[in-house]
Each structure stands twice: as structure tokens, then as C-alpha cells.
Design a protein around this ligand. Sequence first.
Ligand SMILES: CC(C)(COP(=O)(O)OP(=O)(O)OC[C@H]1O[C@@H](n2cnc3c(N)ncnc32)[C@H](O)[C@@H]1OP(=O)(O)O)[C@@H](O)C(=O)NCCC(=O)NCCS
Length: 234
Amino acid sequence: MFTVKPMSEMERFGMQALKGGSEAAEQKQRRPIPRWVPIRTLKARHRRRILDHLVQLDEHDRYLRFGSPAPLEQMSRYTASIDFKRDEVFGVFDRRLRLVAVAHLAALPGGTGPNSKRPPAMEFGVSVLPSGRGRGLGQRLFEHAIMHARNHGARALVIHALTENRPMLRIALRAGAQLETDGADAEAWLNLPPDTLGSHLEGSLLAVSADLAFGFKRNYLRIKDWLTSLRGSL
Ligand SMILES: CC(C)(COP(=O)(O)OP(=O)(O)OC[C@H]1O[C@@H](n2cnc3c(N)ncnc32)[C@H](O)[C@@H]1OP(=O)(O)O)[C@@H](O)C(=O)NCCC(=O)NCCS
């Protein structure tokens, strides 16, 4: 049974560290990401890339992400089962076009039984490779997911995390999510405003810009590799 925690209890999950937790401060010393980060919408053809990203997470990170140590077979099954028509998957590529961050926005089935009064909701799951952490990518993907969930008609975003997962809970609590805990498990529930013409335009514009930025990086790398091989053959 989940119980709603008052604000003082929420402080256990890292909100007090907003004023100066040493671990968070160390993460913050990393160079922050630019104001705009290209976040690409991933498709079924990216399954292999998503799996490659997930296998780079260590056992503890996989535990935080999936709630279990998630061996390779489980991650393969998970990747193969993503329904790209129903859900949305986002990715951030670095300069070498490595997938450093992946977020999965999954449509939750219509409420029946005890959940029948709940509004249409989507569940948010995310992973950022250790090399990219503490720069605001997790936060940015969360904001991106909020916009897309609204555009999907969802009226709430749900995050399942372990109570030890301070970064994830900080992101959710900062957005105003209501937190409930059950032992080591936490559920954060964020109510969303309805979609607007502006949120749809923003979603389309960001998707096109991210694809353009990716194409630009890919062509740049191709030309660079070609010049390197040309130089080598002279
Ligand atoms: C959760 C995760 C996605 C966060 O990604 P990230 O890019 O590092 O997140 P951000 O840089 O946006 O940081 C988010 C907040 O957490 C804080 N933070 C980062 N690491 C922290 C730590 N170890 N302890 C406490 N706070 C921490 C940041 O300082 C930031 O808060 P602030 O802006 O108030 O300072 C990443 O840690 C991860 O991939 N973890 C493994 C998988 C996982 O846990 N997924 C979530 C469950 S679905």
C-alpha cells in the first residue's frame, strides 16, 4: 500500500540537498549542457542502439532503472517489446553519435478496478550514461517527456523509482510531483495540464531541429573520416 509523504519526509529523498548536498554539488561541477539539446525521437530501427546504451549501464544502474539487476536477456526482451506506435522513446546523441541518454514514455493501459478513477497517464523511465550525468540531461529529458505526454492526451506522468534514487526523485519533486512510498519503492505522480496548439508546435519544431542537428553531426563525422583516410593514403 502506497502512502503519501509530507514535505519533511520528501527531504529524505534529496530535496534538502538542493541547498548544498556534497554528492549533488560534485555532479553540478560538471559542465552544464547548453540551453538547447537535440533530443531525437527514436524509432523501431533504433532498437539495437537502445540495447547498446542499456548494456553500458552497470548492475546498480540497471537495478535503479528496471527495479531488478536486469541481465542481458531481460534488457533484450525489454528493447524488443517497446511499442513505438503507442509509446515515445527519446534519445540524446553525443558528438560521436553515441546514445548517451534514453527516455521511454510508455502509455499506461486505461484504468480499471482500483485505478479506474485515474486520468490517462504515461510512465516515464530514463537512463543517462555515467559520463553524461550531473549536467542536466535527466532533467531536460523529463521536461521533454512532459510536453510529449501532454500532446499524447495524458493528464498525468508516473515515475516508479527506488527511494534511494535521489537524482530521479529530485527531478520529479522539482516538477511538483506527489510522492508516495512503499518500503524501498516510490511512485511519483505528476498532474499535467492539457495540450495546446503551442505544445504541439513546440513538439514538432524540436523534433525537426533534433533530426537536422543529428544529420549535420553525421555528415561532419563522415567528411572528417574521409579526410583522415585521404590523408593516410597520401
Ligand atoms: C536518474 C538519472 C537519469 C539522472 O540523470 P542526470 O543527467 O544525472 O540528471 P541531472 O543532471 O538532470 O540531475 C538531476 C538532479 O539530481 C541531482 N543529482 C545528481 N546526482 C545525484 C546524487 N548522486 N545524489 C543526489 N542528487 C544528485 C542533480 O544535482 C540534479 O539536481 P539539482 O539540479 O537540483 O542539482 C541518472 O542518474 C541515471 O541514469 N541513473 C540510472 C538509471 C535510473 O536511475 N533511472 C531512473 C529510474 S526510471
